[in-house]
Ligand binder design. Structure first.
Ligand code: BES
Ligand code: ZN
Ligand code: ZN
Length: 470
């Protein structure tokens, strides 16, 4: 990686922080250079300040207006990620202990900002050639912790960015297995027709039209006596929509429909790398929602693992079907915490846009913890309601439920309500409807796959179940 965190020495060049309209606070030479360069300290902008010998003497990181995102130090911390792509080679440090930005978030952002997806680039060229930056970590930063978090985020991004021809159900399984091997976890998979034998009818139905066999990946780690935390991730490696086929524009990005799986694997990596005191289980239904003669059809009625019958109103609402069987299995052992993550609905994006995933839970205490953690680590999430009156809109005339509503309202809420119908025993259940994709480049990463809500969830788990790093 082009940016490494190093111990403090006296060598490093300073990075000053400046708000828009606040250039006066800079040292004189930097201020003069900022003025002639018409640098306005826009959020995430970086100005390199040259010395008399023409080499860099320092840099200014723009923080934007004083009230950028309410002026919260945590959100502002993310802006430091811009430095990873914009500083030239050399050793750097923050000029002062940054007070206006959160140190932990800023240091993590430096790591996150250097990510590039280079797997399919032959040779480093153009944009891919990155400067080599050594950055002095501010005092009291837990570098091992930040590195573990950044590595896990990169795992999620890599998995999502890898196209479906190289990230099918088998490759997703291989990714789970290599993670398991690294941390001494166990993996069992149930594949193909065995899904029918072991009673996962909906995972089988959604995935059976693909040339790559559908499977349920089941990873476990930790002491059996520790509190059970189970993560379920939607692993639709490509979503054509099935027979209710998506238009080209809607299908283009559907390699990211395993974003939920990528996110829970990233969260699992954080938990295992830092040795949290939990018995962790990760369940990933890994399927391709493909089209062939064996595809499931609109109007079909499936009997789910839980016994509930589901009329298929739309084959494009496949994520909730595979999740329902996985959630039912997870729920059977009544975990203390059951969290699922899924690129479940376009409607979540209509409601909150791509950068602010909604989460759903009936547990107000957990919701408050998650919302606070989301702010603390600057990982945006927003609670939406499990509005029970809308559950009636999922009713079917001939089966126990339909997989879609007949109207176009509250799509993310009704999808969450559908899932809720398969969870009974878990002490806490939360569902995150994530986008899994960064549509515009930002300080903490380029356009492409993104981990969302994972750092916030990890923060909650860390508070609840502190452990010892292994
Ligand atoms: N994978 C999609 C949801 C999706 C689409 C997430 C675009 C992110 C971006 C999901 O399987 C789907 O197609 N959902 C349908 C549900 C509808 C048929 C009720 C949707 O959102 O349109
Ligand atoms: Zn779909
Ligand atoms: Zn989907």
């Amino acid at each position: 990686m082009p940016l490494t965190l190093v111990d403090e020495t006296n060598e490093a060049l300073p990075v000053w922080l400046a708000e828009t309209g606040g250039l006066d606070a800079l040292p004189e030479a930097a201020r003069a250079w900022a003025r002639v360069s018409r640098f306005t300290a826009e959020a995430g902008s970086v100005l390199i300040v040259p010395g008399q010998d023409g080499r860099p003497a320092g840099a200014v990181l723009g923080l934007g207006k004083a009230d950028h995102r309410g002026g919260a130090a945590e959100w502002r911390g993310l802006l430091a990620g811009a430095l990873a792509g914009k500083l030239p080679d050399g050793e750097w440090r923050f000029a002062k202990e940054p007070a206006t930005i959160d140190r932990d978030v800023a240091t993590l952002a430096l790591l996150l900002g250097q990510y590039r997806f280079a797997r399919y680039r032959s040779g480093a060229k153009g944009d891919d050639a990155q400067p080599q930056i050594r950055f002095q970590a501010p005092d009291a930063i837990d570098r091992a912790e930040l590195a573990a978090v950044a590595d896990a985020v990169f795992l999620a991004r890599d998995l999502i960015n890898t196209p479906a021809n190289d990230m099918g159900p088998a490759e997703l399984e291989a990714a789970a297995r290599s993670l398991a091997q690294r941390f001494g976890a166990a993996v069992e998979t149930i594949e193909g027709d065995e899904l029918l034998v072991r009673n996962f009818p909906m995972i089988h139905a959604v995935g059976r039209a693909s040339a790559s066999a559908p499977r349920l990946i089941d990873l476990t780690w930790g002491k059996p006596s520790d509190p059970k935390v189970t993560l379920v991730g939607k692993g639709v490696i490509f979503d054509t929509g099935g027979l209710d086929i998506k238009p080209a524009s809607g299908m283009l990005l559907m390699k990211k429909d395993m974003g939920g799986a990528a996110n829970v694997l990233a969260l699992a990596q954080m938990v295992m790398a830092r040795g949290l005191a939990v018995r962790l289980r990760v369940l990933i239904p890994a399927v391709e929602n493909a089209i062939s003669g064996s595809a499931f059809r609109p109007g079909d009625i499936l009997t789910s693992r839980k016994g509930k019958t589901v009329e298929i109103g739309n084959t494009d609402a496949e994520g909730r079907l595979v999740l329902a069987d996985a959630l039912a299995l997870a729920d059977e052992e009544a975990p203390e915490m059951l969290i699922d993550m899924a690129t479940l609905t376009g409607a979540a994006r209509v409601a909150l846009g791509p950068d602010l995933p909604p989460f759903y839970t009936e547990d107000d205490g957990f919701a408050a913890e998650l919302a606070a953690a989301s702010r603390r680590v600057a990982d945006p999430l927003w609670r939406m309601p499990l509005w029970q009156p809308y559950a009636a809109n999922l009713s079917s005339k001939i089966a126990d439920t339909n997989n879609v509503t007949s109207d176009a309202f509250a799509g993310s809420v009704t999808a969450a309500l559908f899932l809720q119908g398969f969870v009974e025993k878990a002490a806490v259940w939360a569902h995150l409807d994530v986008f899994g994709w960064r549509p515009k480049p930002g300080p903490t990463g380029p356009v492409g796959g993104e981990a969302q809500g994972v750092r916030a969830l990890y923060e909650v788990l860390k508070q609840r179940y502190p452990g010892a790093p292994i």
